[in-house]
Write a protein that binds this ligand. Structure first.
Ligand code: FES
Length: 138
């Protein structure tokens, strides 16, 4: 008896097999849109963002963007939503990259995919520093 005959005897056709196989796991989460037309300033002396004065630290802006200071002292910002299923990423100072713990995707400091399952980059924003003010645009 081959597989098709076996499933047929159980009363499960190909459609039933697909449905059965997807129970509890085939729905793809929707990924929130990356913020656009961003023009945001951050005060690095505020309690919310003062940790960004330390290399390797990161913060969320509250509108879907994660900003970090790399271990080499550059300020970077990308969409906080993983392009796989929209889970919020973190900045990992030990690897100097963005990481999504949901399924282990990694993105470099420009937002490009380093390892999947994410298949596209995080949107990158430009960050300029003037004194203790960061301006994020994109
Ligand atoms: S949601 Fe980020 S890797 Fe799956």
């Amino acid at each position: 008896m081959d597989r098709k005959e076996f499933l047929s005897q159980l009363g499960i056709g190909a459609a039933g097999l697909v449905l059965f196989g997807c129970m509890g796991g085939c729905e793809k989460e929707s990924v929130p849109a990356s913020p656009s037309n961003v023009n945001l300033t951050i005060d690095l002396t505020s309690t919310t963002y003062s940790k960004l004065l330390t290399p390797g630290q990161f913060a969320y802006t509250g509108n879907g963007i994660i900003v970090a200071q790399t271990t080499s002292g550059d300020y970077i910002a990308v969409s906080q939503y993983c392009t796989h299923e929209g889970v919020t990423v973190v900045f990992e100072s030990t690897k100097n990259d963005f990481y999504c713990s949901a399924h282990n995707s990694r993105f470099n400091t420009s937002g490009a995919v380093q390892s999947g399952p994410a298949g596209s980059a995080l949107k990158q924003y430009t960050v300029t520093k003037n004194g203790n003010t960061l301006t994020i645009k994109g």
